[in-house]
Design a protein around this ligand. Structure first.
Ligand SMILES: [Zn+2]
Length: 94
């Protein structure tokens, strides 16, 4: 898959490089801890990246399963498994 870069700030589909950052901030987004500019940047990424959108909804479901507990209370292995899954998906997409 060839994604052209260095084309101003045009967003032509998913740029995998932004995904790790989006994943990092996803929990803050769900917790409502992002300021509005960071939030709109993330939402822009999700709008252009079906993968991240899927991960976000998976993440929200995971939180629901844990009864809306804070992210800190979620066992570390779950978030690291989530990260592994995400990475595998990204590698597949290349
Ligand atoms: Zn993404």
């Amino acid at each position: 898959m060839e994604t052209k870069k260095g084309n101003g700030d045009s967003h032509s589909g998913c740029e995998g490089d932004d995904c790790p950052e989006a994943f990092e901030k996803m929990s803050d987004l769900v917790d409502g801890e992002l300021d509005s500019s960071a939030k709109s940047r993330l939402e822009h990424h999700f709008a252009n990246c079906p993968l991240c959108l899927t991960v976000l909804s998976t993440f929200r479901k995971t939180l629901e399963i844990f009864g809306g507990r804070k992210q800190d209370d979620i066992p570390k292995n779950i978030s690291s498994n989530l990260h592994k899954t995400i990475r595998a998906e990204i590698e597949k997409g290349r």
